[in-house]
Ligand binder design. Structure first.
Ligand SMILES: O=P(O)(O)OC[C@H]1O[C@](O)(CO)[C@@H](O)[C@@H]1O
Length: 184
């Protein structure tokens, strides 16, 4: 039962976190995704895994999307969007990517907990995910390790965004898997 009690506690936390997200800011990111020539997603560790999952869904919807760091990911430039996911907003590798993307003329949207973080300060648009980490930094402290509550929130938020995007593009979600990899 301990496992299921913990899972239920996570679901309760997620409910609070998701309901604390600004819907207008979420729509702004969604509009940026639709407007972009190409979308590049980036992050580190488990945050990157969640961004990867979102990239797959954007591909399913027919958008041109790349994961930064993949061998086949091309140069970013004007008209493109770099969408970063980072709990701390301070991860060094993502900061360098953000700086380079801005220099190349791309737009930078960031999903993070901290609006005053150094990567958030570089961003054109910041969507705050009011999760917590296990660091004691002024605000909340999570009972879970590292950025777990942020990472879980990211997956749920981005799946919600996928459904909204599909609706706005007139694509039935149930039929959105036609482009899914057939070599697996
Ligand atoms: O989400 P952030 O703050 O960029 O941190 C990423 C780090 O967090 C982790 O995803 C673990 O929670 C690590 O794998 C990674 O190093």
């Amino acid at each position: 039962m301990e496992t299921l009690d913990n899972a239920a506690r996570i679901l309760g936390d997620l409910q609070d976190i998701i309901s604390g997200i600004d819907p207008e800011k979420a729509q702004a990111v969604l509009s940026d995704i639709r407007r972009a020539n190409r979308v590049f997603v980036a992050g580190a560790g488990r945050s990157l895994l969640m961004m990867r999952a979102f990239a797959m869904r954007l591909m399913h919807l027919g958008l041109t999307v790349y994961v930064v760091g993949e061998t086949v990911t091309p140069a970013i430039g004007e008209g493109d969007l770099l969408l970063g996911g980072t709990a701390s907003g301070e991860t060094a590798t993502l900061k360098v990517m953000a700086q380079k993307a801005k220099k190349a003329g791309a737009r930078l949207d960031l999903l993070t907990i901290y609006k005053d973080s150094s990567i958030a300060k570089l961003a054109d648009s910041v969507l705050i995910v009011p999760a917590a980490t296990n660091q004691v930094e002024g605000g909340k402290t999570s009972w879970q390790p590292g950025g777990s509550s942020f990472e879980q929130s990211l997956l749920v938020l981005l799946d919600g965004m996928t459904a909204a995007l599909a609706g706005q593009m007139g694509i039935p979600l149930s039929g959105a898997l036609g482009l899914h990899a057939n070599l697996e």
